[in-house]
Design a protein around this ligand. Structure first.
Ligand code: FES
Length: 118
C-alpha cells in the first residue's frame, strides 16, 4: 500500500475544474466540484488516449472533451457512451488546507475485471 503524498494546496484548484497530476507514472485527474469537494480519478479516458482533466466538470461528473463521455468523479464509472469502461478512483485527503493523494487505486474496476477473468 502506498503512502499519501502532498499534491498542492486546496486553494490551488479552482472550483469546477480538474488538474492533471502524474504519480509513479500514473496520470490522475484531481477534480474540484462546484461546492469545493475534491476527488481523484484516473486521468485517461477509457475510450481513447485523452486526458480527462482537459474536459469539463459538471456536478459529480468529468466529461471527456473528445466525444462527450461522462465519468463519475465518485465511482469512476462511465455514465455515458461511447466510453463504457470505468476509470480507477483514488483516495484524497485534506490536511490543513493541503491536498494529499494515495496513488493506489481505491476502486480499479479494470483490475478487478482482469482478476475475475484470470
Ligand atoms: S476519447 Fe473520451 S469519449 Fe472518446
Amino acid at each position: 500500500m502506498s503512502e499519501s503524498v502532498r499534491i498542492c494546496a486546496a486553494d490551488d484548484i479552482e472550483f469546477g475544474t480538474a488538474v492533471r497530476v502524474v504519480i509513479d507514472d500514473t496520470p490522475i485527474a484531481l477534480v474540484r466540484d462546484s461546492v469545493g469537494d475534491i476527488y481523484a480519478i484516473g486521468d485517461t479516458c477509457t475510450h481513447g488516449d485523452i486526458s480527462l482533466s482537459e474536459g469539463f466538470v459538471e456536478d459529480d461528473t468529468l466529461e471527456c472533451w473528445a466525444h462527450g463521455s461522462k465519468f463519475s468523479i465518485v465511482t469512476g464509472k462511465a455514465l455515458t457512451l461511447p466510453a463504457f469502461e470505468p476509470v480507477p478512483v483514488f483516495t484524497v485527503e485534506l490536511r490543513d488546507g493541503d491536498v494529499y493523494l494515495d496513488p493506489t487505486p481505491r476502486f480499479d474496476y479494470q483490475s478487478d475485471v482482469s482478476k475475475e477473468e484470470a
